[in-house]
Every structure is written in structure tokens, then in C-alpha cells.
Design a protein around this ligand. Structure first.
Ligand code: NAD
Length: 417
């Protein structure tokens, strides 16, 4: 049997205080295809998914795909969550979702599909590597290599909103000790396992003393267990400005759901393009891999969308399911394609582009380079020889709870779902 890899996503560290291995981490037999749920999404989703799957197939990925329907068409059928029972049963079976972007219909009455998936699959961590591809994709930050690790289930992105009166609406920012400690520990473990030297936490604890204060407090306490890693805490406004100005001063950033959403968008953009970055969403009951961008309806069906973000997400998925050698083949062929100047219109530039191509031709170019490695950009080194990640997702241990101070007031989270 092949060992569970997930090396990229789940740190391999001998730590006390661990939960039993989550179901999301797979043990795979080399010969057997791994069942993976595939959502083709909306807008540019179907074309970038087709391109990505064609590359995975040509690269020899051992996956058995189970297509499901998600998003706009399901919403339009009257399913307010955008996902139906058939899709859930596939997700329960596979525990792995490769998802193209979906369109959230405008107007009320629709639940955010992404929030539903994160909650239901317990996807507590979003990992978004933002690496520049200088000089092949123009950026003002040629040496940028930042990983944003974002808490994925709490905070103001929980979708808990109320109308208080006709003129006043409210959004609840819910933050818990277990949720915060788990993501902070995950970020430190991830940094340690990947030889990263520094973890920066960003909050607004100067203003939100209870919610963000809980974060900075957990960061300080848990950080003390990782003395070899440099640590800093920044207010989110200063931190975002510093990131935009000089991303090389950052290594791993851990932050709350909403700040992380904004910050990873900024990071991907300044690394070169939002169309290049993928993300891994890791949880106790499954894992989801997707591009960080949306469904870009304006260019849907025109064969001009950049499939790179989804290809990048698929590389992370292959590592997660124990097929690191296929991941390296795809990753390096993709880097070689970018290096050869074969570019979709969103990253095309007169200096380093040689060919402006559409979605399909880009995928064909990647397939033609399978087995090749980039000449200048650092090659991806995912390998089956990497030590298996034996350590599951960190668990929260009761007893580390912060004592309530007299100034704190109790609040209700009754509508939390
Ligand atoms: P978007 O990411 O779809 O588009 C923003 C801009 O980024 C586009 O105008 C385009 O110029 C560029 N872009 C992004 N990815 C690209 C690619 N692969 N190729 C070429 N250009 C690319 O963001 P939006 O316009 O705010 O959202 C559109 C829809 O997508 C909305 O319905 C939104 O709800 C949805 N959305 C879905 C997800 C998801 O499913 N994970 C994430 C974000 C937005």
C-alpha cells in the first residue's frame, strides 16, 4: 500500500495532542484509481475543468472521477443551498472534491455554496500559495513566495446576518477558542513541515478586543511551542499595506476568514494574476481543491479563460491523495509552458509571451510538455519518496481556554449552523 502523502497540506510532525486521523486523508493503493468528486461549475468553470482533466488524464493521474452538479443550475431548480442529495452522497463517498468556480445568483434566498461546503465538510483551513513566476509573468515582486493560511469556517464569513429593523442590518462575527487554536496550530505545523522560517498573524485586535483579541492571544500562546519559527503579529491594515509594498518580508501568513479572503486576493494579484492561483481547503470530513478566482461570466464559453488556477489546485489534490509524482509531472509541465511564453490573454505580455492561446490550446501545450522541467523557474519536487504525513489535523484540547475577563460580555450564537 502506498502511504498517505498529503505532504504538502498536512504537516509531518511528532506533536502531542493529536486527534485520530481524519477521514479526509487517504490511504491509496498505487494500482487503484482514487475516487474524486468533480464539479464543473458555472461560467468559465466547465472549460477550465475540461482542460484540467485532460492534463490529469495525459499525466497518468490514477483517479476515478464522479461528476456532480453544483451551483447556478441547482439554485435555479429551487435548491437554495446550490447542492443536492446526489452530490452529497458522492462527497460522502469520496471525501475529495475538485471544484470549478460557481456563480452565486444575485438577490436574496440563496445560500452561499462555498459556505455550505466548508461547514458541511468541516473545511477549517484554506491554504493559498502565491508565488511569482518572474520574469515570465510580469510582477513588481519577482521574489514573492507567500502562503496565506486562512481560517475557513468562522468569523464574519459564516453567513449569519440579520435584519434588526428596516434600516439596520447585522452580521455576526463568531470566533471560538477551538476554531482559532486549530488553525493557528495548523499554520505553525505547516510552516515547520515545509521548512518555512516565519509565521505572521494578522488581526485587528486594537479595535476588536474580544474576537481578534482571542486570535492574537492564541497566536502568542501556541507560537511559544514553535521557538525555531520567527513570529510576528500585525494589525491587518498595516499588514496588508506591507504585503502589497514588499511581500518578500512575509513567509506564511495566518489570519481570520474575512481578512484571509481579502489578503489572499491581494497576494495572488500582486504575484502576477488571480487566474494563476489555486487553493486547498482541508477539513475533518473531506478536502476541496479549487482556483481562487470566480466564474468570470463575461468570458464564459469564449475559450480564453486561464485554466492555471484550477491546474494548480489539481496539483495540490494529487499530493493530497498520494500521487505526488503525477503532481510533480503536471506542475513542471505547467511551469515549462509558462516559461516558453505560451500564455492566455490575462497574462499575455509583449516581453515574455511568444504565443497567445486559448484555454484548450494552453492545455494542449501543457500536455505536450509532460515529462519536461522548467529551465529557470524552480522545478516542483513533489516525490513519492517524501516522508508520509503521519500527523492528522490538530485537535483542540480543553484546558487552554482563555479566562473571561470582567469586561467581556456573553453573546449568543444561536443561529450558528
Ligand atoms: P471573478 O474572479 O470571476 O473575476 C474577476 C476578474 O478576474 C475577471 O473580470 C477577470 O478579469 C479576471 N480573471 C479571474 N480569473 C480569470 C481566469 N481564470 N482567466 C481569465 N481572467 C480571469 O470575480 P467576480 O467577477 O467577482 O465573480 C464572478 C462570479 O464568480 C460571481 O457570481 C461570484 O459569486 C463567483 N465567485 C465564485 C467563487 C468560487 O466558486 N470559488 C469565487 C469567487 C467568485
Amino acid at each position: 500500500m502506498n502511504a498517505p502523502v498529503a505532504e504538502f497540506l498536512l504537516p509531518n510532525l511528532e506533536q502531542p495532542r493529536r486527534a485520530k486521523p481524519p477521514r479526509a486523508r487517504l490511504v491509496t493503493d498505487l494500482a487503484l484509481p482514487v475516487p474524486v468528486t468533480i464539479a464543473h461549475g458555472d461560467g468559465i468553470g466547465p472549460e477550465i475543468m475540461k482542460a484540467t482533466l485532460s492534463i490529469l488524464e495525459a499525466a497518468g493521474a490514477r483517479i476515478a472521477t464522479e461528476p456532480i452538479e453544483l451551483g447556478e443550475s441547482v439554485y435555479r431548480r429551487g435548491v437554495s443551498a446550490g447542492i443536492d442529495a446526489t452530490a452529497w452522497s458522492s462527497l460522502r463517498r469520496t471525501g475529495v472534491l475538485l471544484k470549478a468556480p460557481v456563480t452565486t445568483p444575485e438577490g436574496g434566498g440563496f445560500k452561499s455554496l462555498n459556505v455550505t461546503l466548508r461547514k458541511s465538510l468541516g473545511l477549517f483551513a484554506s491554504v493559498r500559495p502565491c508565488v511569482s513566476l518572474h520574469p515570465f509573468v510580469p510582477t513588481r515582486h519577482p521574489d514573492m513566495d507567500v502562503v496565506v493560511i486562512r481560517e475557513n469556517g468562522e468569523d464574519a464569513c459564516g453567513g449569519i446576518e440579520h435584519r434588526q429593523t428596516r434600516d439596520v442590518v447585522q452580521c455576526l462575527k463568531v470566533v471560538s477558542v477551538p476554531g482559532t487554536e486549530r488553525i493557528v496550530r495548523y499554520a505553525f505545523d505547516w510552516a515547520r513541515a515545509h521548512g518555512r522560517r516565519k509565521v505572521t498573524c494578522m488581526t485587528r485586535d486594537a479595535t476588536m478586543k474580544l474576537t481578534d483579541g482571542l486570535w492574537s492571544d492564541a497566536f502568542r500562546r501556541i507560537g511559544a511551542e514553535y521557538p525555531e519559527i520567527r513570529q510576528e503579529h500585525l494589525q491587518i491594515d498595516i499588514g496588508t499595506a506591507l504585503l502589497a509594498d514588499d511581500p518578500t518580508r512575509f513567509d506564511v501568513i495566518v489570519t481570520t476568514n474575512l481578512y484571509g479572503d481579502i489578503l489572499s486576493g491581494v497576494a495572488a494579484r500582486i504575484a502576477g494574476s488571480a487566474g494563476l492561483a489555486g487553493s486547498a481547503n482541508i477539513g475533518a470530513h473531506g478536502a476541496m481543491f479549487e482556483a481562487i478566482h470566480g466564474s468570470v461570466p463575461a468570458i464564459a464559453g469564449k475559450d480564453v479563460a486561464n485554466p492555471s488556477g484550477l491546474i494548480h489546485a489539481a496539483v495540490m489534490m494529487l499530493i493530497h491523495i498520494g500521487q505526488a509524482e503525477v503532481a510533480a509531472r503536471v506542475h513542471n509541465a505547467w511551469l515549462a509552458t509558462i516559461e516558453d511564453g505560451v500564455h492566455t490573454p490575462d497574462v499575455w505580455n509583449p516581453r515574455t509571451s511568444s504565443q497567445k492561446v486559448g484555454t484548450r490550446a494552453f492545455a494542449t501545450a501543457v500536455i505536450a510538455r509532460l515529462g519536461a522541467a522548467p529551465g529557470e523557474l524552480p522545478a516542483a519536487r513533489w516525490s513519492a519518496d517524501d516522508p508520509p504525513a503521519a500527523v492528522p489535523i490538530p485537535a483542540w484540547t480543553p484546558g487552554t481556554r482563555r479566562r473571561r475577563t470582567r469586561t467581556e460580555t456573553a453573546s449568543t450564537t444561536g443561529s450558528w449552523c
